[in-house]
Design a protein around this ligand. Structure first.
Ligand code: F0G
Length: 458
């Protein structure tokens, strides 16, 4: 097979700043072993997130020049709205400044004490917004999704049996919404099959529970359906996308992912009454409903990006990138989530560093080692991000200890990815030298963003 090449030419570049292992050791210590506290220019390859880090196309930049910055009823809004209506089939579109702003509005209205939100897996900001409202979020990932090293085509699926049991146990009237995260970010960027989306839709219908899609990576999910699910090989990506959204009553979206935008998001839905409440909150927190906290030029960039992301050459290259890196790591014996996710490669830190107990945060220790060895910035998705404490202040660990290497869209080339593989393999060969970490300072919610840590034998 011929090499799958980057389906773009590079017109504008930005320099990478290099530093030495000694400099990085000092930087890491100063950042209290938290990658969020490292300056971007001190990073060589930044895989902290695929969110807001995309390279925009010349068409997006051109569209930005046409941004209509009118406060109300701008042309840019109508282009944004009609693009989303066409792609999703959802008639009501409400812009927000990013995904979590859409979540904040939705869960402020639907949440509250005694309510439950069910999901394949809620992303951390989604869960935080649900819990902040006083409600509870319940993850019901399928069995295959619980084992990082066992490959399966759709490890992001909802466990349908558990879903129905949960509805019967909690009572449908206490469940205002079911949320399918596609692809399933916290579960390893794994896709959800069309069959599963359809079944979740049917169960939701049976019990009168609305279904929303957390649609950040909808195009990547659609491509996985096309290549992995029977009956979809001949279907176009837009038609798969349309079918996916056809099963939903609405969606939340962060345009910072599969819309190639550096900022932005939206809510889309069928329900007029809910939309009215959302718009009322939006005016108080985000802005008038035709801009929702965004500049007209941002709405333009999103509208163009949403179309570009569905191009098959792009999606083929995109999914190939994570697969290429994953395969190199597997060949070297590195414990990695299989198969590759859409937007990221996930290292299994528990098996990578079996000598570090979960209460010494093996994922975060591995993140530090990747930075020290190669200036690569990754993020822990494990007990630092999701751990809780019981009444005795003992850590209740997360189910998985993962390290995510998220690949920004259209930013890095194959040689960057080769370098990343070399660094990870070097770290793996020297893994015995890596020490666990302890927390010295933390916030009560979303602690991973600001927590300060230090090596256990400091
Ligand atoms: N839902 C999912 C599945 C996400 O991955 C994110 C963001 C959000 C919602 C929130 O969107 O950032 O625009 O407010 N994920 C980023 C990440 C931050 O790194 O995975 P946002």
């Amino acid at each position: 097979m011929q090499t799958i090449i980057e389906p773009f030419r590079i017109k504008s570049v930005e320099p990478i700043h290099f530093n030495t292992p000694d400099q990085r050791a000092q930087i890491l210590e100063k950042a209290n072993y938290n990658p969020f506290l490292i300056k971007a220019k001190e990073v060589i390859i930044d895989l902290l997130t695929d969110s807001g880090t995309s390279a925009m196309s010349s068409n997006q930049w051109a569209a930005m020049m046409q941004g209509d910055e009118s406060y109300a009823g701008s042309d840019s809004f109508f282009r944004f709205e009609s693009t989303i209506q066409k792609i999703t089939g959802l008639p009501i579109v409400i812009p927000t400044h990013q995904g979590r702003a859409a979540e904040k509005i939705l869960f402020s209205i639907l949440g509250g004490k005694g309510k439950y939100f069910i999901s394949n897996t809620l992303f951390d900001t989604t869960r935080a917004n649900i819990e902040f409202s006083g409600a509870e979020g319940i993850d019901l990932i399928c069995e295959e999704g619980k084992y990082p090293s066992i490959p399966a085509p759709f490890k992001g699926n909802m466990n349908l049996t558990a879903m129905e049991e949960c509805i019967l146990e909690k009572g449908a009237k206490h469940i205002p919404l079911c949320i399918l995260t596609i692809t399933n970010n916290s579960g390893g960027g794994q896709p959800v099959s069309m069959e599963n989306i359809r079944s979740v839709h049917q169960i939701c219908r049976k019990y009168g529970i609305p279904l929303f899609i957390d649609a950040c990576r909808f195009a990547e999910n659609a491509y996985f359906i096309k290549i992995r699910e029977q009956g979809y090989q001949q279907r176009s990506i837009p038609s798969i996308v349309h079918e996916m959204f056809g099963y939903a009553d609405g969606c939340t979206m962060s345009a910072k992912k599969d819309a190639f935008a550096n900022i932005g998001g939206f809510l889309a839905m069928h329900n007029e009454a809910l939309a009215l409440q959302c718009r009322n909150l939006l005016i108080m927190t985000e802005g008038f409903p035709t801009y929702g906290g965004l500049a007209g030029r941002d709405l333009e960039a999103i509208a163009v990006g949403l179309e570009e992301v569905m191009e098959e050459h792009y999606l083929q290259y995109r999914i190939r990138t994570t697969e290429y890196l994953t395969n190199k790591l597997i060949a070297a014996g590195v414990p990695v989530m299989q198969p590759a996710g859409g937007h990221a490669v996930y290292l299994d830190a528990k098996n990578f560093l079996p000598h570090i107990p979960v209460n010494q945060y093996p994922g975060q220790a591995l993140v530090g080692a990747l930075y020290l060895t190669g200036g690569i910035r990754a993020v822990e998705i494990g007990s630092l991000m999701f751990g809780k404490y019981d009444e005795d202040n003992t850590l209740i660990p997360a189910a998985l200890e993962l390290v995510r290497l998220a690949i920004p869209r259209r930013v890095y080339t194959q040689s960057h990815i080769d370098y990343v593989a070399e660094v990870i393999i070097e770290v793996f060969q020297n893994r015995d030298r890596i020490q666990g970490l302890e927390i010295i300072e933390e916030a009560p919610t979303l602690r991973h963003f600001t927590a300060k840590l230090r090596p256990v034998n400091h």
